[in-house]
Design a protein around this ligand. Structure first.
Ligand code: ZN
Ligand code: ZN
Length: 228
C-alpha cells in the first residue's frame, strides 16, 4: 500500500464523509468543485485510491462503486439508524459491511436482508455495543486471499442466513464444499475494529498484519483466513 498523498487523502475523506452523511457517493465533478481542482486530478486520485484498495470504482472507472463498508448502489442489505430520528439510509454491501456501517458511523442500526435459501426477510439490530441476537449465520464465499480479485462479487456473496442449517443447505445446492460459515455475532465482533475507525479524521489504513490479527482475535484462523 502506498502512502496517501495529501490530495488523495482529501479526496478519500470526501468520499467517505459523503457516504456516511448522505448514503450516496459524490460524483467526480462534485469532488472537483469541493477541492477546487480539475476532474482529471480527481480521477487520478481515485485511480490511486482504488489501486490501494481504499475504495472500488465502477466497471468503467468513472464513478465510485464501493468504499467499504459503504456501497454506492443497492446490494442485499439496507442499514437504517434504529433511533427513529435519523433519516439516513445506507446500502450494506454484505453482512460484514452492514455491521461495519454501524461501527464506522457509531450508531445502533437495523439491518434488513433476505435469506438466500428460503427467502425469509431478516431483520437484525446491532450497534457498537449491541451484539446481534439470534441464530443468524454469515457465509463467506471465498478465501481471504481471493477477496479482492473481484471484491464487489465477494461482497455480493457474503450473505446473512436464518441459521447455520440454511447456510449449509444453500452451499450444498449452489457451491458444494466451498466457503466458510460463521456466526453473525463473530462477524459483528470483527466489524468493530475492522471498520470502527474508517471515517475517523485520523484514520490510518490498516496493515495486512494488523488485519490478520483482528481476524485471529475473533477466531477466524487457518488457510481460509490468510490475507494476501
Ligand atoms: Zn432461511
Ligand atoms: Zn463486504
Amino acid at each position: 500500500m502506498s502512502m496517501q498523498a495529501p490530495y488523495s487523502r482529501m479526496v478519500r475523506d470526501i468520499v467517505f464523509d459523503t457516504l456516511a452523511q448522505q448514503g450516496r457517493a459524490p460524483s467526480i465533478a462534485e469532488i472537483a468543485r469541493i477541492t477546487g481542482s480539475e476532474t482529471d486530478e480527481v480521477q487520478h486520485a481515485l485511480n490511486q485510491l482504488a489501486d490501494d484498495h481504499a475504495l472500488v470504482l465502477s466497471r468503467d472507472g468513472d464513478a465510485i462503486r464501493m468504499a467499504h463498508p459503504f456501497s454506492a448502489a443497492p446490494m442485499a442489505f439496507v442499514v437504517t439508524p434504529s433511533n427513529g430520528r435519523d433519516d439516513r439510509r445506507w446500502w450494506g454491501g454484505c453482512a460484514w459491511d452492514s455491521f461495519g456501517i454501524s461501527a464506522a458511523v457509531g450508531i445502533d442500526v437495523r439491518i434488513d436482508s433476505t435469506c438466500p435459501l428460503c427467502g425469509a426477510s431478516l431483520t437484525v439490530f446491532a450497534g457498537p455495543d449491541m451484539q446481534p441476537e439470534g441464530d443468524y449465520a454469515v457465509r463467506f464465499p471465498r478465501p481471504a486471499a481471493e477477496w479482492w480479485s473481484d471484491v464487489v462479487a465477494t461482497c455480493t456473496m457474503i450473505r446473512l442466513f436464518c441459521n447455520q442449517g440454511h447456510a449449509v443447505e444453500w452451499t450444498d445446492e449452489h457451491a458444494p464444499g466451498s466457503g466458510y460459515i460463521a456466526e453473525a455475532a463473530t462477524v459483528w465482533r470483527l466489524a468493530q475494529p475492522w471498520y470502527g475507525d474508517r471515517i475517523a479524521p485520523d484514520f490510518t489504513p490498516h496493515t495486512r498484519d494488523f488485519n490478520q490479527q483482528l481476524l485471529q482475535e475473533v477466531g477466524l484462523t487457518g488457510p481460509f483466513w490468510r490475507l494476501p
